[in-house]
Structures are given as structure tokens and as C-alpha cells.
Design a protein around this ligand. Structure first.
Ligand code: HEC
Ligand code: HEC
Length: 219
């Protein structure tokens, strides 16, 4: 239920600010949904303490001021005694409740940036980061370039004579840079993915990992 309300908070806030324009200091613009997703003091301040309490309780302008009276605030709001004469609508009460249950944080640390997973010369890595996003739209059994299926590791093995041959030898795992596939990927005029697909080309560093993966024998 809590998680549900939290997920709903931005929606609720947009609705509330939509029908209560007096409170909306930004003059009708919907609150920043990004900010509304973070249940911290800034959010409560913007949507609850600021518009609903400050006119009578200046001390609620700061986090310390609110924190000092947190228990009384919770009780006064739950019992509809406050805001005086104008009890809060259910969703705002729920917001306060959720915030307090979360420990009434002043700030919620920004979620740690999810570092992009490092590209490794393994099928799991190469396929999820390069092959599936950039090749298998077309190179799969139902794609427009199905004549060369690249969607599974098995398929790469099956296509090895075709794509890793360097023109003289049939198969050249040793020297992937010379392989047909890598040359096609690096081709200046007609690269893969094709220019017309608007898919981002592989970067040099990525191609090197792809080569390493081939050199290792498609692990
Ligand atoms: C229109 C003025 C007004 C507004 C708006 C208002 N209060 Fe009050 N508040 C009062 C007054 C006056 C008292 C003193 C006790 C009384 O008269 O009931 C009070 C007392 C309190 C108390 C002391 C404990 C109690 O229950 O009496 C708390 C806590 C409180 N308010 C919280 C809030 C919160 C939280 C808000 C906003 C959500 C809010 N008030 C909005 C006027 C207001
Ligand atoms: C938008 C569709 C599309 C995407 C995405 C795409 N290809 Fe292709 N690919 C084609 C088509 C169509 C051909 C055949 C015509 C041509 O060579 O231009 C082809 C041909 C090839 C060939 C030559 C096959 C042969 O036997 O002649 C290779 C190798 C290749 N692609 C590799 C790749 C790789 C590797 C990727 C991803 C990095 C990729 N392609 C992404 C459409 C695509």
C-alpha cells in the first residue's frame, strides 16, 4: 500500500495542484514530477507545509522546525484538527504519513548513478550491449537480414565461415580485425549497422572488445 501511494504521489500531486491553483506558487504549472517522485522535506514543503501551514506556523518553513514538532503534527493532521478549519485531503495526509514512516528524511540521496555495465568479451555482455541493440533488429530469423542470423551464439558459430573468413582463410579467429564482419562494421561508406537505420555505430573501443571476443573463440 505504501509503495503504491508513493508510486501514485506524483499523479496525486499533479491532480491536487491542478484543482487548487491558489496554492500553486508557480501559477498553474504542474509541479516538477521528477521532484515529486522524491519523498523528502523539499517535496512536503512545496506541497504541504508551504501552502497549508506556513500562513499560521512560520516555524514549519524549515526542516528543523517541522522535525521538532513531528509527532504533534502527525496527530493534529490525522485528527483533522489541522490545518485549522481546512483538513487535508486524503492523498496529502497519506503523503505526510508515508514521509514520516520513511523516517521523515530531509533529503533523499540521489540514487547512485548506475554505471553502465562494462563491456566484456563474452556472449552475455557483447550480445546485450552490442549485438541485440545494434544488429539483431535485422539479423534475426524474422528480421530483414535473416540470411545472416546473428541473434544467438549458436548462430554466430554457424555463420563463422561466412563472417570471420578474411578472404584467404576460411576461418580466422586469430586475426579478427581482418575478418569480413569486422571490416563490414568498420566500413567507412557502408558500415553495419547501415547508415539508413539511424542506429548508432559501434565505437572503436566496442569494436575492440568484439574482436577480442572473436579472438577468444566466441566464449
Ligand atoms: C489558519 C491558521 C492555521 C493553519 C493554516 C494551520 N494551523 Fe496549526 N494551529 C493553529 C492554531 C491557532 C493553533 C493553536 C491551537 C488551536 O487553536 O487549535 C495551532 C496548533 C497546531 C499544533 C499544536 C498541536 C495542536 O494540535 O493544537 C500543531 C502540531 C499544528 N497546529 C500543526 C499544523 C499543521 C501541520 C498545519 C498544516 C498542515 C497547520 N497546523 C495549519 C493555526 C493554524
Ligand atoms: C537495419 C538493419 C541492419 C542492422 C541493424 C544491421 N545489419 Fe548487417 N546487414 C543488413 C542488410 C540489409 C545486409 C545485406 C545488404 C548489405 O550488405 O548492405 C547486411 C549485411 C551484413 C553483413 C554481410 C553479410 C553477408 O554475408 O554479405 C554483415 C557481416 C553484417 N551485416 C553484420 C552486421 C552487424 C555485425 C551488425 C550490428 C553491429 C549489423 N549487421 C546490423 C541489415 C542490417
Amino acid at each position: 500500500m505504501q509503495a503504491f501511494l508513493k508510486a501514485l504521489a506524483p499523479v496525486i500531486l499533479v491532480i491536487l495542484s491542478g484543482c487548487n491553483s491558489i496554492e500553486d506558487k508557480t501559477g498553474g504549472a504542474s509541479p516538477d514530477v521528477q521532484a515529486a517522485g522524491t519523498l523528502d522535506f523539499a517535496l512536503l514543503s512545496e506541497h504541504l507545509f508551504g501552502p497549508r501551514c506556513l500562513s499560521c506556523h512560520v516555524q514549519y518553513a524549515t526542516y528543523t522546525g517541522v522535525r521538532a514538532e513531528l509527532e504533534a503534527i502527525a496527530k493534529a493532521v490525522e485528527s483533522n484538527r489541522m490545518p485549522k478549519g481546512a483538513p487535508l485531503p486524503g492523498p496529502l495526509k497519506a503523503l505526510l504519513r508515508d514521509w514520516i514512516q520513511n523516517g521523515a528524511p530531509e533529503k533523499i540521496g540521489a540514487p547512485p548513478p548506475t554505471a553502465p555495465a562494462e563491456l566484456e568479451p563474452t556472449w552475455a555482455s557483447v550480445s546485450s550491449q552490442l549485438v541485440h541493440p545494434r544488429c539483431t533488429v535485422c539479423h534475426s530469423p524474422n528480421g530483414q537480414a535473416r540470411f545472416l542470423d546473428l541473434s544467438t551464439r549458436q548462430a554466430w558459430f554457424q555463420a563463422r565461415d561466412r563472417v570471420f573468413a578474411d578472404g584467404t582463410k576460411l576461418l580466422d579467429f586469430e586475426n579478427p580485425a581482418a575478418s569480413y564482419l569486422i571490416r563490414v562494421v568498420r566500413d567507412e561508406t557502408e558500415p553495419m549497422p547501415p547508415v539508413w537505420s539511424n542506429l548508432e555505430r559501434l565505437q572503436d573501443a566496442q569494436i575492440l572488445v568484439l574482436e577480442e571476443w572473436i579472438r577468444l573463440g566466441l566464449p
